[in-house]
Design a protein around this ligand. Sequence first.
Ligand code: NDP
Length: 312
Amino acid sequence: MQTEHISCLIIGSGPAGYTAAIYAARAGLKPVMYTGIQPGGQLMITNDVENFPGYPEGVMGPKMMEDLRLQAVRFGTDVRYMMISETQLGQSPKWVKTDDGKELTADTVIIATGASAKWLGIPSEERLNGFGVSACAVCDGYFFRQQEVAIVGAGDTAAEEATYLAKLCKTVHMIVRREVMRASKVMQDRVLNTPNIKVYWNSETEEILGEKAVEGVRIINTKTQEITIIPITGFFVAIGHQPNTDIFKGQLKMEDTGYIITEGKSTKTNLPGVFACGDAQDAIYRQAVTAAGTGCMAALDAERWLSEQGLV
Ligand code: NDP
């Protein structure tokens, strides 16, 4: 069977991937997108997006991603709901394999694989995942209406999710490992001014309690060594994200943290014809709008590269 050859392959379907697709499709590159395991990316598990330009009243994350998908499809993007599981990007054309064993070659590859939530890494967290432990307050908060819940983390995500949970739950116990929060001032103020959010400073999670479902959490104050047991039914983890770049390890230059390194003010990676955009290469801004911006850049870089190589 002949291997399918693609001019512009886009891996990932968040704001970066879809924006790259819109630009690449309009430029006549006939992009093929492999969506990955979570079509739409992280915004599919987000509630209100109030900071994406063009939506004066805000928009629900999944609605925005559906709009982006429709826009990409309108110009001819071939969207495939499948994972890319293996790549060889150092050769020409580049070679990839899908989850179901299909092999493809591509002239250019745009990587828009995003990032995923980090976990604490304690055994009880894994054991009770899905039984009261969650990394997405917006997805799962509803199940804990009028109940006691805890959230760990102190960045903007934790602050946003804590205030979201506070509207649904009886009390939100927020576990912060230092004596300050990393979250922006406005988000911190929101947390500290919400009466049913109780902040535990200098505190680390020792164990999530419960056999079949979450029943409590044991925390330790690292300054005083005081142990506190908080009865809860929901435990939310909001401690940051990890770029989804494992399949490119050893091929693309990356930071120690796994973020792909791009060249100067471009989306060029160390390999010719391979471009990276969105959260997979951005440890700093990590916003939907910046991801979309770099998605546009990647498509323009890919188009320019293809034309320099005489491939379009
Ligand atoms: P961040 O990396 O900004 O914050 C992670 C937080 O988790 C930090 O407070 C960190 O603590 C804490 N943490 C990390 N590991 C552990 C651990 N093992 N135990 C306990 N706590 C831990 O991630 P976010 O997801 O919050 O934000 C990512 C980016 O997205 C940021 O740039 C943020 O501004 C942006 N964002 C913006 C939003 C908005 O504008 N509406 C909403 C959400 C995110 P410590 O501070 O001690 O390191």
